[in-house]
Design a protein. Structure first.
Length: 231
């Protein structure tokens, strides 16, 4: 593969392109310069018998200070946003190939090791807004038929990781594959809102206008704030 020499680039074009960044004007500085020139001119040409009021000068200077302050604040906020996104990207990159729990109602029943005789299991979770005195999970196959209904007992507030051993209600072994599940929780006999949490492994990350996104198997694309637990 040949490499094109920089001498083949039109020098005039190269100079124009290089000069763009170095000669870029600072609009805020220009505004300040124009304001001060106008103020000085105004003061030089004022009527000696009716000079400018000190309050007027102070007010104009205050307006300039406000505009300058807002511009600096905007620059600082933009810089902070860029820094935070870079930090999130580094954080997310370290999560690749890690398992996570996030909102979802799907689970994958699979062998726990490469051994053909190994048992199968599925990981899922339950997030509760308050302590629950009774929690049940209903697991369904791809056709919507119930294969297992389990009583998880009492669970505390927050994220609760759970596993399914792959056994059906009849005690038989369910086939490996994709299943869905539903959570029902009560406290003192009253139903409470419970969030189903699916489990998946992060395969990649991406960054765009909507922030850093994680591609998670079995769950889909989620944000960093959607992750409830990392393994």
């Amino acid at each position: 593969m040949s490499v094109q020499s920089s001498s083949s680039v039109d020098p005039a074009l190269q100079a124009a392109m290089n000069g763009t960044a170095s000669t870029a004007t600072n609009t805020t500085q220009e505004a300040q310069d124009r304001f001060l020139k106008l103020l000085v001119t105004q003061m030089q040409n004022q009527d000696p018998l009716n000079p400018m009021d000190n309050a007027q000068v102070t007010s104009q200077l205050a307006q300039l200070s406000t505009v300058t302050g807002i511009d600096k604040l905007n620059t600082s906020v933009q810089s902070l946003g860029t820094s935070m996104q870079s930090s999130q990207i580094l954080q997310a990159a370290g999560m690749i190939n890690h398992g996570v729990l996030a909102a979802g109602s799907s689970m994958i029943l699979a062998k726990t090791s490469s051994d053909a005789a190994a048992a199968s299991a599925a990981i899922y979770g339950v997030e509760l807004p308050q302590d629950a005195s009774a929690v049940t999970v209903t697991i369904k196959d791809a056709s919507g038929a119930v294969v297992r209904k389990m009583d998880l007992g009492a669970l505390p507030t927050g994220v609760n990781a759970q596993t399914w051993d792959g056994k059906t209600d009849s005690g038989a072994k369910a086939a490996d594959g994709a299943y869905t599940f539903e959570i029902a929780a009560t406290s003192a006999g009253k139903s409470i809102a419970a969030t189903s949490l699916g489990f998946g492994v992060i395969s990649s990350i991406s960054s765009g206008t909507s922030g850093v996104k994680l591609a998670v198997a079995n769950i889909g694309e989620i944000g960093l704030s959607d992750v409830k637990q990392v393994y």
